[in-house]
Design a protein around this ligand. Structure first.
Ligand SMILES: [Fe+2]
Ligand SMILES: [Fe+2]
Length: 267
């Protein structure tokens, strides 16, 4: 029985640059955040959730784009093993999409949160106890370090939000990474400004954020973003129409904020 990555030292995992050490570090951070989620509520819980999303989505996106293709190449049963974790990632994306569409007091919120925590923990166990020990059997320490560098670069530039519609496999997810990452990071910025702004500007920035969200959803439905998808991780929802209204609202909000900044700078 192979030794779980959780029970191995940094040296056994290939050194600090190894993809397995980087994975394990993120998993430990996630574990702490999942515990914080249990002991918080209201706005505080929302802040913890946002930190979980910022950690989990780029982490998983980089796994799907870099690590799982290597597993499929080096292991005869790599296809089955990686499909299992891709299904878990897909479920996480769909659960977060449901959470985002619910009001803070919704009765459905608690069971969805419970399931989210459960799937995230299962995903970590599958990776640390099964997938990564199998990868270690086939890949040298220097290859693990090279994979670590590529995975880290991708993780730092990947989308930061749930995207249940794009493929969980290349080439779709790799093509989707750039436009969705730009849209997500603009939304993150708008949300940050909204949190720190007076009520009026906050509402404008919320409009910008939801406008960008509608645009990114439309981008996700482009057929090229879904190429390579296994049928079992395919999202079943309907494609929305082009979000002209949301786009116009977001553009006018940006103009209003820029104009008010320019006029206050002149005073
Ligand atoms: Fe992971
Ligand atoms: Fe994962």
């Amino acid at each position: 029985m192979p030794t779980s990555v959780a029970d191995q030292t940094v040296a056994e995992l290939g050194g600090p640059l190894s993809v397995l050490v980087r994975q394990k570090n993120d998993h430990v951070t996630l574990d702490g955040l999942l515990r914080d989620l249990r002991i918080t509520d209201g706005n505080e819980q929302q802040r913890v959730l946002r930190r979980i999303y910022r950690l989990v989505f780029p982490h998983a996106f980089a796994e799907e784009a870099v690590l799982w293709p290597v597993m499929r190449r080096v292991l005869p049963d790599g296809g089955e093993l990686t499909l299992e974790v891709e299904r878990e990632h897909q479920e996480v994306n769909e659960l977060v999409e449901r959470l985002d569409s619910m009001g803070p007091g919704s009765a459905e919120r608690s069971p969805v949160l419970d399931r989210l925590v459960e799937v995230l923990r299962e995903d970590v166990r599958d990776e640390e106890d099964e997938l990564f020990p199998r990868l270690q059997e086939r890949v040298s320490h220097s290859e693990l370090r090279a994979l670590g560098v590529v995975w880290e670069i991708l993780r730092r530039t990947a989308p930061t939000r749930a995207h249940p519609i794009v493929a969980r496999r290349p080439p779709g997810n790799v093509i989707a990474a750039l436009p969705l990452s730009i849209l997500d990071r603009l939304r993150d910025l708008a949300d940050e400004v909204a949190l720190r702004s007076p009520a009026g500007t906050g509402v404008v920035m919320d409009t910008v954020s939801s406008g960008l969200g509608a645009v990114s959803r439309r981008v996700e439905f482009l057929p090229v973003m879904r190429r390579g998808e296994d049928r079992s991780t395919r999202y079943g929802g309907e494609s929305p129409g082009f979000p002209w209204t949301a786009l116009a609202l977001a553009a006018s909000a940006i103009v209003v904020v820029a104009a008010s900044r320019a006029s206050s700078a002149r005073l």
